[in-house]
Design a protein around this ligand. Structure first.
Ligand SMILES: [Zn+2]
Length: 239
């Protein structure tokens, strides 16, 4: 696994606003504290989210973009890219792979964070079809699309985007995590990031305790000492 000191830029690719904050915000706050530049790429605007039927879906798009932008600020992230795919209908198409290869070549990250393309049979909610499709397309964009000059040749010919090799991938919500990050110190900022998703949080008062319980369980699974909180990832060498 690469040391954070070897990393200057990280790209987080997720399906919906709030995915990054549930799975990774505590870890991201540690990275930005260490001076690493972090960017987000959100494939959808989360326009199928929330339970308030009186909010138009066009309004929901704007609300969720604003909420994700606020959440990102809580953990030191200011560079966000929304691809605008329809929420709930994402497939791992060649078009999505090209869009993700484009953003990888544009931002040239050392490390990519993405969802798992695998179904997690223990936690249904984290295996949303959009998450699995984005995980699959993101891994294909890392290898081979972004690094191969002959994959989507128009990216090079028309947009002058040189091939780029991402060195490491961190899969969030993997059924087979390999790395546990202690986020006890950054936990309050993760909670603040999640509270920014006002349209999605039905029980803001219970949120902190729910997160604390879940992250404490993750820490225990990872062998961290009693009282610590952790986020878990499956880390792949890709470069
Ligand atoms: Zn999601």
């Amino acid at each position: 696994m690469l040391e954070d000191a070897e990393i200057s830029r990280i790209l987080v690719i997720m399906a919906h606003p709030d995915d990054v904050d549930f799975g990774s915000a505590g870890t991201i706050a540690r990275w930005t504290d260490a001076g690493i530049g972090v960017s987000y790429c959100l494939v959808t605007n989360g326009d199928a989210g929330g339970s308030d039927r009186s909010v138009s879906r066009a309004d929901m798009t704007l609300i969720r973009q604003a909420e994700q932008t606020n959440a990102a600020k809580q953990v030191g992230v200011h560079d966000l890219h929304f691809l605008g795919y329809p929420d709930g209908q994402v497939e791992a198409t060649l078009g999505l792979r090209r869009d993700l290869a484009r953003i990888i070549r544009l931002l040239r990250p050392d490390r990519v964070v993405c969802p798992s393309p695998e179904r997690n049979y223990w936690r249904m909610g984290i295996s949303h079809p959009d998450h699995r499709a984005v995980g699959s397309a993101a891994l294909d964009a890392v290898y081979p699309d972004a690094r191969n000059p002959f994959a989507f040749p128009e990216l090079l010919a028309e947009e002058r985007l040189e091939p780029w090799t991402v060195r490491e991938v961190w899969i969030a919500a993997s059924p087979a995590p390999t790395n546990y990050v202690d986020i006890t110190e950054t936990f309050p900022r993760k909670v603040a990031a999640l509270r920014s998703h006002v349209s999605q949080i039905s029980d803001p008062d219970g949120l902190e305790q729910m997160l604390r319980d879940r992250l404490a369980r993750t820490a225990t699974e990872g062998g961290l000492p009693e009282g610590r909180l952790a986020e878990a990832f499956q880390v792949l060498q890709s470069g």
